[in-house]
Write a protein that binds this ligand. Structure first.
Ligand code: KG4
Ligand code: ZN
Length: 338
């Protein structure tokens, strides 16, 4: 069985074909980063207009790459939410319409479930149950995962998401959008110990996060110091260290609370090398394992949507002909797979 996956929830157009026996057959990605860079963030209307242009050519390219035709596709999975509604509507409408025309089922996929399951595309996938740290540009969540669709949110950000905090702090430092990866690069030349940022909400029990204070702390630190490249690198280092340390503290807490030894991290920020290193150390200490997707599947992509859609289609889930687009859609409302 083969599923075509379509992702258009934010600023990347992603298309992929997943085969339940052979694995991933093709994946195509178009990033709108350049389109939004001049504005310092994603402009929703521009995102939608660009998805309209790119989605169908990418579907054709993915079919060509896999050496398949439309007759080889058994279902279409599309991201139905959460995300920017106009952007979602493009992929949803195209996905639903193609499924109708090709006479195959359409499967609306939850974007964060896609991220959460992305490590399943790797050679050594995690077994259930596990604790998942989801860190993207729009969400930061700690989730207890017993199986597909069995998600209990243990904690989430009360303000900015981790990726959003990276991007906003990067912007303060004059870096282009999305600044997360650029800030991380800058931090590589930073001096450990010159600045010390707080570890928000770690001094009280619980698994919620708050990252907006770090951005303010960064702004104040920038203002109070000379503006040279080394200082910027030192501030980037201290900011990244604080985010990573905070995430690591909460991961340890979540693992202890649930009694689990398997940790999955996914979403754009899971591409961060320093975060990967630190979580490897945490898991080594407790004799557990950490799993994350290959770098290109940390950020938005069609492969994770095709994979998640495949699991739900195999579970016999079907939908009517209505196009689904849900800008807000809590992950714990998903149905468990039987
Ligand atoms: O998952 P994603 O592609 O989109 C959402 O679903 O939001 O995540 C994008 C976010 C951006 O905020 C980006 O700056 C951040 O992930 N990001 C990183 C790194 N790579 C991507 N943040 C820190 N370090 C990185 N290496
Ligand atoms: Zn995402």
């Amino acid at each position: 069985m083969r599923i075509l996956g379509i992702e258009t929830s934010c600023d990347e157009t992603g298309v992929a074909i997943y085969d339940d026996e052979k694995g991933l057959l093709a994946h195509q990605l178009y990033s709108q980063v350049k389109l939004h860079a001049d504005y310092g963030g994603v402009v929703p209307e521009l995102a939608s207009r660009d998805h309209v242009k790119k989605t169908i050519p990418l579907i054709k390219a993915a079919l060509n790459d896999a050496g398949l035709t439309k007759d080889d596709i058994d279902g279409i999975a599309y991201t139905a939410g959460p995300g920017l509604v106009g952007a979602l509507l493009v992929g949803s409408t195209i996905g639903r319409s193609i499924a109708y025309a090709w006479d195959v089922p359409a499967i609306p996929v939850h974007h964060m479930e896609g991220h959460l399951l992305a490590p399943m595309l790797e050679d050594v996938p995690p077994a259930f149950p596990f604790v998942a740290l989801l860190v993207s540009g729009g969400h930061t969540m700690m989730v207890e995962v017993k199986g597909i669709g069995e998600y209990q949110i243990l904690g989430e950000s009360v303000d900015d998401a981790a990726g959003e905090a990276f991007d906003k702090t990067a912007k303060l430092m004059g870096l282009d959008y999305p600044g997360g990866p650029l800030l991380s690069k800058l931090a590589e030349n930073g001096t450990k110990g010159r600045f010390k940022f707080p570890r928000p909400m770690t001094d009280r029990p619980g698994l919620d996060f708050s990252f907006s204070g770090l951005k303010t702390f960064a702004a104040n630190t920038i203002r109070a110091n000379e503006d040279d490249l080394q200082t910027r690198a030192d501030i980037a280092f201290a900011f990244q260290e604080a985010v990573v340390d905070t995430l690591a503290i909460k991961c340890r807490r979540a693992l202890k609370q649930t009694g689990m030894k398997r940790l999955v991290m996914a979403g754009g920020v899971s591409a961060n090398k320093y975060l990967r290193q630190e979580l490897e150390v945490v898991m080594k200490k407790i004799g557990g394992e950490v799993y994350y997707p290959r770098t290109e599947f940390c950020t938005d992509n069609g492969a994770m949507i095709a994979y998640a859609g495949m699991q739900r289609l195999k579970n016999g889930e079907t939908t009517d002909l209505a196009v689904q687009a849900k800008p807000r859609w809590p992950i714990d409302q998903l149905a468990p797979i039987k």
